[in-house]
Design a protein around this ligand. Structure first.
Ligand SMILES: [Zn+2]
Length: 320
């Protein structure tokens, strides 16, 4: 990180969450983060994890609202592009984002799609030779090219951008043939928007249980997984330059309206209630290899104030 950011940010990054206080009870059977000195850097593993948990809750409340209030349904759409080299990644991500916007502006898409939330994700292949594990995962691809375990990996040191989106559709999408867009049609449109006929995959399916769906977790999670991001300095630099300052989670149309409602507290009634009662505060300081913690009872004023603040479940509890 040192070469990318000022020293002030390095210090915040290095000391991220070395102080945490939790609301708890005497038995410490319940726990909720009260205060912490999070660095909020998007390349920090702790903060990425916390943001993902928070976004997952936000998205599931929003989906519940859009379904209940607007009577809509959802699609889970995954758009991919061919792998590219490190040097082309920034350009490729820009091109990719433009193509996604173009796709959602098409007339037959706009007719049935009322909004979406999308997340860009980048993975990298850092296996120089084909390992057994890699072979198993992409068996068809390797066999088609006559490659076997131990051969040089043709996608070594390439990057793969893709987008996951939860798309709001009218109910008629599923029961009116003129509104329905087949997987083949989505692929065709995506190829046209990307101006690339070599793209072979588009994944689209109906979101079944919108409140507890994998789609929500997929959208909420990191844009780059830790094992990729921290693979080596060169790989980190590539990710850093490509993802820095880029809007990763994008809301559009009805989803954008509902994101604003969520932030304003208009959807609080749909949030899960927190039944826990907190009587104590646990303050923890990181001491090199473990937290040093002290427990104390809350004052009557604190008891009232902190329990009121904790009425709704809004974010994950506890950095373990
Ligand atoms: Zn952090």
């Amino acid at each position: 990180m040192e070469k990318h950011v000022p020293i002030k940010s390095i210090v915040r990054f290095e000391t991220c969450s070395d102080y945490i206080s939790h609301l708890t009870n005497a038995e410490m059977s319940v726990k909720r983060v009260h205060k912490t000195n999070a660095c909020e850097n998007r390349f920090c593993p702790i903060c990425t994890w916390k943001t993902a948990k928070k976004d997952a809750i936000k998205l599931s409340v929003m989906l519940k609202a859009v379904k209940e209030i607007e009577g809509k349904e959802f699609l889970f759409l995954t758009l991919t592009s061919p792998n590219c080299g490190a040097g082309e990644l920034i350009e490729e991500l820009d091109r990719f984002n433009k193509a996604v916007s173009k796709l959602f502006r098409r007339r037959n898409v706009q007719r049935v799609v009322k909004g979406y939330v999308r997340k860009i994700e980048v993975t990298t292949d850092q296996e120089q030779y084909i390992t057994e594990k890699v072979f198993k995962r992409k068996k068809d691809y390797f066999e088609m090219r006559g490659l076997k375990v131990g051969d040089p990996n043709p996608t070594y040191n390439t990057y793969n951008p893709h987008v996951h989106a939860i798309v709001v559709v009218n109910k008629s999408y599923f029961n009116k043939p003129s509104d329905f867009l087949s997987k083949k049609k989505w692929l065709e449109m995506w190829q046209e928007c990307m101006e690339d006929k070599s793209i072979t995959q588009v994944d689209v399916k109906k979101v079944q249980d919108s409140a507890n769906s994998n789609a929500v977790l997929e959208i909420a999670k990191y844009s780059a997984k830790g094992s990729d991001l921290y693979h080596s300095e060169t790989v980190f630099d590539t990710f850093y330059k490509a993802l820095k300052g880029r809007q990763l989670l994008v809301f559009s149309g009805m989803m954008s309206d509902y994101a604003k409602k969520y932030e304003k507290g208009d959807l609080d009634r749909l949030k899960e209630k927190n039944e826990d009662v907190y009587t104590h505060l646990l303050r923890s300081l990181w001491k090199g290899s473990k937290y040093d913690s002290k427990l104390r009872e809350l004052s009557p004023e604190e008891f009232e104030e902190f329990n009121k603040q904790a009425e709704l479940i809004e974010e994950s509890d506890g950095v373990e």
